[in-house]
Structure formats: C-alpha cells, structure tokens
Design a protein around this ligand. Structure first.
Ligand SMILES: NC(=O)c1ccc[n+]([C@@H]2O[C@H](COP(=O)([O-])OP(=O)(O)OC[C@H]3O[C@@H](n4cnc5c(N)ncnc54)[C@H](O)[C@@H]3O)[C@@H](O)[C@H]2O)c1
Length: 260
C-alpha cells in the first residue's frame, strides 16, 4: 500500500523490540511516511545498527537505544534518550514480545513469568512512562499495543503467550479508559500468523504448528509483513484520531473459526 510521504510528518514514534522481524518492517514503513523513530531492543547497538542498515532504514531519522523493557529504570533511560534526540514522544509502540512453545502442563513457573514479564510488564512500563511524560507536558499522546489474534483464541501449545496477549488487550483498554481525559489514546493491533519473526520460526521448526497454521487462515496464505506495517501507519496517522480502546484485528480471518 502506498501512503503519503507526509502521513506521519511531525510524529516521534518509539518502538520497543523494534529490531525483530516485524519491528524492522514497521520502522521502515513509518519513516517512509515521515516519522522520526526511537528504536529499542535488547540487542547491542552494533547488531541493531547492522539490522537497521540491512533494512535500508535511513540513520538520520532513527535513533537506537539498548534497554531491557522489563526494567523500570531502563525504560526511563529509554525515554530520556528518545526525548533528548527527537523531543517529545507522540506515540509509544508497546511492541516487544516473546513466545515459548509447549503443552500447558509442561511450563514451569519461571518460563511463565518470563513471558508475562517481557510481554505484559514491558507494555505496562512503557505505556506508563510515555503517559506520565505526556501528562506532565500537557500534551496528547498515543499508545499502540501489539497483541495477537490468539488473545481470544486458545491456539494450542503457547499458553503463556496467549494469556499475555489477552492481558495486554485489557491493559490497553485500561490506559484508554483512565487516561482519555488527558488526551491519551490507546489502541491495539492484533496481527494473525505472519510469515516472519516468531511465527515463521515456529512454522519452520514445528511440524504440528505448520499443519495447524495451514488450516487456520481462511484467506489461505501467511500474513504478509507489509500488511502489519500498513496497519501501523494507519493507526499512527491522523486518520485514526478518533480511535481509542480499539483492537484492530488484521489476521486474514484466522479468528473466525476453530482450526482443529
Ligand atoms: N510474527 C508473528 O506472526 C506475530 C503475530 C502476532 C503478533 N506478533 C507480535 O509482534 C511482536 C514482534 O514479533 P516478531 O515476530 O517481530 O518477534 P521477534 O522475535 O522477531 O522480535 C522481538 C524483538 O524483541 C526483542 N526483545 C526481546 N526481549 C526484549 C526485552 N526485554 N527488551 C527489549 N527488547 C526485547 C528481541 O531482541 C527481538 O528483536 C510481538 O509482540 C509478537 O507477539 C507477532
């Protein structure tokens, strides 16, 4: 999809976990539409810059900051860095996520906690930090949470992940409900089974997953990464300015019916 090159002019968007497969595609599209981006990941700056360069993302409109988003102190440092380089953060993308596969009875407590921390705790800390700074500055801001179609579908063998994505949807609705009077909006995007990143790793390594996923998508093909990036452009743009508390599902129909 071709959007105007000015669609996001003036926006400073911060993305957590932005050096993963979806993150890089999103960053690329957002900068093509005129945004400046603070990219966060746990990766070293050297590896992150390599990945950004490989994706042809122009260095002058992007700044990278290494931080573990489960740490409140590191999230504060991330926002300090972002504001120092590009000023006020207009949109925070609570995007970082991880998945671990296994039957629900085989998960130990530490793995469950880790998935909830990386997915839910990170989203909470980033959304809170962006919001507090927006309220202090008396400015509007937008929070976008990357959740998933499986937040409402009990897709087998990723129990902690789907639980975390359901929690993120409700976390998003809490931010939307409580902070609307401050001009802070919150929305979620729920992608389907994307032919990139964590889903592609499962597709390539787990025959059971691949068999299920093949049957699960009514449109009949893995979700193009571009369709996720396009949805982010829409949500970050003024075209979505009356949206708050919404979950935008973009999943090729995967959530329409049980797949087994
Ligand atoms: N790929 C899919 O099919 C799909 C579908 C629906 C939703 N999603 C969601 O999209 C998001 C990105 O998925 P992806 O497929 O690009 O994953 P990915 O594994 O390719 O990227 C995740 C990135 O997060 C980083 N990261 C991990 N822990 C971190 C931490 N504590 N602090 C900062 N960064 C950290 C990793 O280094 C990695 O670069 C996730 O929230 C995921 O749940 C993906």
């Amino acid at each position: 999809m071709i959007f105007s090159k000015e669609a996001l002019t003036g926006e400073h968007i911060l993305i957590s976990g932005g050096c993963g497969a979806l993150g890089l595609a999103i960053v690329k599209k957002l900068v093509e539409c005129g945004a400046r981006i603070t990219v966060n990941d746990v990766l070293s700056a050297e590896i992150a810059h390599e990945r950004l360069a490989e994706s042809d993302i122009p260095a002058e409109v992007v700044t990278y900051f290494q931080a573990d988003t489960t740490s409140p102190a590191q999230v504060k440092s991330l926002l300090d860095h972002a504001e120092q380089v590009f000023g006020f953060v207009t949109t925070g993308l609570c995007h970082v996520g991880m998945v671990v596969s296994g039957s629900i009875l085989n998960f130990d407590a530490d793995t469950f906690d880790e998935v909830m921390a990386v997915n839910v705790r990170s989203a909470f800390l980033l959304a809170k930090e962006v919001s507090q700074r927006a309220i202090a500055a008396k400015r509007a801001a937008h929070l976008i949470f990357t959740t998933s179609w499986v937040a409402v579908i009990p897709w087998p063998e990723i129990g902690p992940y789907i639980t975390s994505k359901a929690a993120m949807n409700q976390l998003m609705r809490t931010f939307a409900r409580e902070l609307a009077p401050h001009g802070i909006r919150a929305n979620a995007i729920a992608p389907g089974i994307v032919g990139a990143g964590m889903a592609l790793r499962q597709w390539n390594t787990q025959p059971d997953y691949r068999a299920r996923a093949t049957k699960a998508i009514p449109l009949g093909y893995l979700q193009p990464t571009e369709s996720v990036a396009d949805t982010f452009v829409f949500l970050c743009s003024p075209a979505a300015s009356y949206m708050t508390g919404s979950i935008l599902t973009v999943d090729g129909g995967a959530s329409l019916y049980p797949m087994d």
